[in-house]
Design a protein. Structure first.
Length: 293
């Protein structure tokens, strides 16, 4: 059984076996759960199907959150992506739109997959669904890449954290972006080490990101951070695939993320007492939802 103590452990296991990280993770999870690999795969495939359903539901007009603070971001971006005017281009604009759609579904109390959290639920789908629909990647390859993302997520959770309340948004959107970047690299034929390095680049680029939800709700700025998380994941994957070095080993990046999270003020860790939540407008929006008390 795999201990998930480090990313290096996973890379070495994959290299020694001549397999992808997703393959060794699937085999390990089947053994741990006492199920066949086909059964575990089927469960993950269902999760990907839910991601696609969430993206489709969130793309419809009128998807407003219970608080009324957000709604329609996914619809607006989807419509804009269809105009062909996006600065980012078709694929990236649709990827961002997908992330927003899934995040809107979450805010509107719809059904999502926590990847690794509800607050960061749009990033992995935002990367993988366009790879499936636009790039025509095989569904099995997409589903398998989620096992790589999951394996890396388990290491992060063990050595740092994935919760904004513990480590800031770097722990949520940062981890999700890294997991997605690793999945993208595997999908593009990258090596286990390249998957690991892509994770590191994404973490580096969101190091120190605070968790400051307005009114304490996972809406502002959380939904938009899912969109930027997709852009960071894609750029991280492409940088590594281009041959750019990570420089700082990924496990050290994870350790650094933990240290930064530990040093972060509690006001900046999901308490809604700092950052955007404590701005005049942030306080006004809180009163709008909950009243002056």
């Amino acid at each position: 059984m795999i201990n998930y103590d480090s990313i290096l452990e996973l890379v070495n296991l994959a290299n020694d076996a001549g397999k992808k990280i997703s393959e060794i993770c699937l085999a390990d999870q089947a053994k741990t759960l006492g199920k066949t690999e086909d059964e575990v795969y089927a469960t993950m495939e269902k999760s990907f199907d839910v991601m696609m359903e969430s993206a489709k539901w969130g793309a419809a007009p009128g998807r407003v959150s219970t608080s009324g603070l957000t709604g329609g971001e996914g619809y607006s971006m989807t419509q804009y992506a269809g105009t062909g005017k996006s600065i980012m281009g078709g694929f990236m604009s649709r990827a961002v739109a997908t992330a927003l759609c899934v995040s809107n579904t979450n805010a509107a109390m719809g059904r999502i997959v926590a990847t690794p959290t509800a607050g960061s639920c749009g990033i992995l789908p935002g990367c993988l669904i366009p790879m499936y629909l636009d790039k025509k990647a095989e569904k099995r390859d997409i589903v398998m890449s989620i096992f790589t993302a999951a394996a890396f997520g388990m290491v992060i959770a063990k050595n740092a954290c994935i919760a904004g309340a513990q480590g800031g948004c770097q722990a949520e959107c940062g981890s999700a972006s890294g997991m997605a970047a690793a999945a993208l690299v595997e999908l593009m034929g990258g090596t286990p080490q390249q998957c690991a390095d892509a994770l590191g680049v994404a973490i580096v680029n969101q190091m120190g990101l605070v968790c400051d939800p307005v009114a304490g709700l996972v809406e502002i700025p959380c939904i938009k951070r899912n969109a930027s998380g997709v852009a960071i994941a894609c750029s991280s994957a492409d940088m590594i695939l281009s041959g750019i070095d990570l420089k700082i080993p990924v496990d050290e990046c994870i350790d650094a993320m933990r240290e930064v999270g530990d040093a972060m003020s509690s006001d900046l860790k999901e308490t809604a007492n700092g950052g955007l939540a404590s701005t005049p407008t942030g306080k006004m929006l809180r009163e709008k939802v909950f009243g002056k008390q």
